[in-house]
Design a protein around this ligand. Structure first.
Ligand SMILES: C[S@@+](CC[C@H](N)C(=O)[O-])C[C@H]1O[C@@H](n2cnc3c(N)ncnc32)[C@H](O)[C@@H]1O
Length: 394
């Protein structure tokens, strides 16, 4: 397949947007007939700006002060190929990526000087590399063959391989990797000590990327989402990266957890259902909950917050939820302005949770400063935010 085509009613994650126009390794069609690609994401253990010592579990003394993430004036993602279906917060309007730190510039008459984005990979005369190297590499058949066994083996601890689709309808967005997953993964790599030996629950895990990273330190990661097809892809990705699992850890368990349902499915006939043993381990030991890039639909955001609340009451221990969100600005006709409604709703839910009068639990919300090191290649745009919810007995 030389050229990937995108339909107008689909959304495409920025993570997959800037892949060089090369022969992609389409590994299979999923059960819905969507082409599945295999990408590799490189872990940059040795970046000098980073705190690690070149191995997993590096030195994490450089803990940042936590404060409100920088608010921003303009943002979003490029409209790009395949972005359509007005109104989806996973699609974006205005884009300032790659121009961080640039204030508005005026020319000598006082007109706004628009700074253009660097050329994209699809440009006919690309400057190479097209932008800062921010994309994962989609494996090409030839590249896999070129690497000898030895080279492949020595590089595996630096590589995460993920099967994913490219552009999907909104209901299938979990089959792509989103920037928030990489951002949250970076935070986990930075705070590995926090995750060491823990039981972790990820909600809306999609391809499983963040869970795989969490499992490099955690004892057990419950990687959850909905839909047998998505969960099967997730399971495949866990298997592809099993070499990264913490030694002696319980690994990653892929399970169905639907925010729209009150209870976990325990029907053994249903794929990815929960055993009684799982449930007792989950409630008995979980101390960290994760969710990346799941705040794009107000009803789903409400459902996710209800799920967090319900889970917090069932967990035996105090816990911390770590949430990543990308503040996406969209121009809407109804407002005739740029808005970020999905993000605003997310913030309102955080406030509500904090103000809740609950006889048993207390919820404290804190933003995390985004100054932690970057171990993965993606655009660390200012609109990426991380929030923590501390749940303690009231
Ligand atoms: C934008 S994707 C993010 C996926 C992944 N966390 C990432 O950042 O790459 C949103 C995820 O929320 C999941 N989701 C949507 N509705 C859900 C529900 N009712 N229960 C559980 N997960 C849901 C989707 O299946 C999808 O995987």
């Amino acid at each position: 397949m030389d050229e990937v085509t995108f339909k107008s009613d689909t959304v495409l994650s920025d993570v997959h947007l800037y892949t060089p126009n090369q022969r992609h390794l389409m590994v299979r069609l999923n059960s819905m007939g969507q082409p599945v690609f295999l990408s590799q994401f490189k872990l940059l253990w040795n970046q000098d700006s980073h705190t690690d010592s070149g191995t997993m579990g590096g030195d994490h003394r450089d803990v940042p002060r936590e404060e409100t993430p920088a608010r921003t004036g303009s943002t979003g993602s490029p409209p790009g190929r395949g972005h359509g279906g007005a109104g989806s917060p996973l699609q974006a309007g205005v884009h300032a990526a790659g121009q961080e730190g640039m204030g508005a510039q005026l020319d000598e008459d006082g007109d706004l000087d628009v700074v253009r984005r660097p050329r994209a990979a699809s440009d006919p005369n690309p400057v190479w590399p097209p932008r800062d190297k921010v994309h994962p590499m989609i494996l090409a058949q030839e590249e896999e063959d070129v690497l000898g066994d030895e080279a492949q083996e020595s590089s595996t601890h630096n590589i995460i391989k993920i099967e994913h689709t490219m552009a999907t309808p909104l209901e299938d967005v979990g089959k792509q990797v989103w920037r928030g997953a990489l951002f949250l993964a970076d935070y986990i790599l930075f705070q590995r000590d926090l995750f060491q030996g823990c039981t972790v629950l990820e909600l809306g895990a999609g391809t499983g990327f963040t869970s795989i990273i969490a499992a490099t330190a955690a004892q057990t990661v419950y990687c959850t989402d909905v839909g047998a097809d998505l969960l099967a892809t997730c399971q495949r990705n866990i298997a592809l990266n099993s070499h990264l699992t913490a030694p002696g850890g319980g690994g990653v368990k892929v399970r169905e957890l639907d925010w729209l349902k009150d209870d976990l499915c325990t029907d053994p006939e249903v794929p990815f259902s929960w055993s009684e043993e799982d449930i007792s381990d989950l409630y008995g030991h979980t101390t960290i909950l994760l969710a990346a890039e799941v705040f794009y639909d107000d009803d789903l955001t409400d459902a996710l917050f209800k799920t967090l609340f319900r889970l917090a009451h069932r967990l035996k221990n105090a816990c911390t939820a770590i949430l990543s969100v990308e503040k996406r600005l969209n121009f809407t006709l109804s407002h005739l302005d740029v808005t970020c409604e999905a993000y605003d709703h997310f913030r309102a839910c955080l406030r509500q949770l904090e103000q809740l009068q609950d006889s048993q639990l207390r919820f404290a919300v804190e933003p995390v400063e985004a100054a932690f090191p970057q171990h993965l290649e993606y655009e660390r745009i200012r609109q990426l935010e991380l929030w923590k919810i501390f749940v303690e007995p009231g």
